[in-house]
Design a protein around this ligand. Structure first.
Ligand code: ATP
Ligand code: MG
Length: 342
């Protein structure tokens, strides 16, 4: 659905300018929910604005739904852009118009009759769960409701692609989840392709199938969400993941000489993490029983992504056969790192 080839965007001159996006190539499949994550200034918004040519790339080509936008004349491009909608952090609703008028806005100049337009607006407001707010003004709505209106408006032109630039960043965690559920729901019902920019790894984990990590204008890492979380390659990716997990906190405890991590001879601190999609085997009690190991859990951070356990735990292991137990874990695709030995 979306194909970027060697896309770069430089603001200002080539010498002194800002290289916001550098040589990005990626493909996003139809019906996919694709995440883009990165720190502030990484180039996420610029990259996504290149998808609908709100920013024209300095180099490279952009193809959406099989049509290369970067070579189209302006008039054709305007038509083609209707296939691509966008929602933003601050909703961008028109304050002097009602909810219904906001949602109807993209229908202006369409072939639909006034009656058909009204019917469409009604259906869209039902879809986003606001059937009773048609006559309200944006100022009378909560943030979550405003974003629902923005989503309804974005869908009015029957787009094939929905771009979400920090669409949940201004919302509390619970409202964030409800908006993400709505986007997921619409994706399932309509097959719309969704691109979500965020700096919250939790958002990626919640709804995306694949994710690209941006740093300094480049895509430094890309893959399905499970592998990015379980086996991140880049330091920037690891630091993002660390924000959603407590498994690296043990290093601080060790450094600080906390009594929590004082070891007797024979004991060791081990961090175990799932690296592949294991079926949920009882790998903890298993080594305990099989090898006579005592396991004292210090941290744990486990959740389920794509129907497989992701994350792991940090524990003090003791027993004569710890080494064998660790080898057994390795054979089960579980990574075991010894962090400290007693
Ligand atoms: N119109 C512009 N003119 C000049 N520089 C720009 C322009 N837009 C963005 N930039 C620069 O390009 C770089 C990437 O900005 P961009 O907004 O894409 O980052 P971002 O990853 O979306 O950041 P954030 O998470 O803060 O939204 C930044 O250094 C920014 O200052
Ligand atoms: Mg941005």
């Amino acid at each position: 659905m979306i194909q970027l080839e060697h896309v770069s965007k430089t603001f200002g001159g080539a010498e002194s300018g800002v290289h916001a996006v550098r040589d990005v190539s990626l493909k996003i499949e139809a019906g996919e929910i694709f995440g883009i994550i990165g720190y502030s200034g990484a180039g996420k918004s610029t990259l996504v604005r290149c998808i609908n040519l709100l920013e024209r790339p300095t180099e490279g080509t952009v193809t959406v739904d099989g049509r290369e936008l970067t070579r189209m004349p302006e008039r054709e491009l305007r038509q083609e852009r209707k296939k691509i909608s966008m929602i933003f952090q601050h909703f961008n609703l028109m304050p002097s118009r009602t909810v219904a008028q906001n949602v109807a806005f993209p229908l202006k100049g369409s072939a639909l009759t006034a009656e058909q337009q009204a019917g469409k607006v009604k259906a869209l407001l039902e879809l986003v769960g606001l059937p009773d707010k048609a006559g309200a003004y944006p100022s009378q709505l909560s943030g979550g409701q405003k974003q629902r209106v923005a989503i309804a408006r974005a869908l009015a032109s029957d787009p094939k692609v929905l771009l979400c630039d920090e669409a949940t960043s201004a919302l509390d965690p619970q409202t964030t989840r409800s908006i993400l559920r709505l986007i997921q729901d619409i994706n399932r019902k309509t097959g719309i392709t969704v691109v979500i920019i965020t700096h919250e790894m939790a958002v990626v984990k919640d709804v995306c199938q694949r994710v690209a990590v941006m740093d300094g204008g480049r895509v430094v890492e890309m893959g399905d969400v499970f592998s990015i979380f379980s086996t991140p390659r880049e330091a920037v990716t690891r630091s993002f993941i660390a924000t959603t997990s407590n498994l690296s906190k043990v290093e601080e405890l060790i450094e600080a000489g906390s009594p929590m991590v004082e070891l007797k001879p024979g004991e060791m601190i081990v961090r175990m993490t799932y690296t592949r999609k294991n079926v949920s085997e009882a790998i903890i009690s298993d080594i305990s029983r099989r090898f006579g190991i005592d396991i004292n859990i210090i941290y744990s951070n486990l959740e389920v992504i794509e129907d497989a356990p992701l994350g792991g735990l940090v524990a003090i292991l003791s027993g004569d056969r710890v080494q064998e137990a660790l080898e057994y874990w390795t054979s089960k695709n579980v990574r075991a790192e010894v962090l400290k030995r007693g």
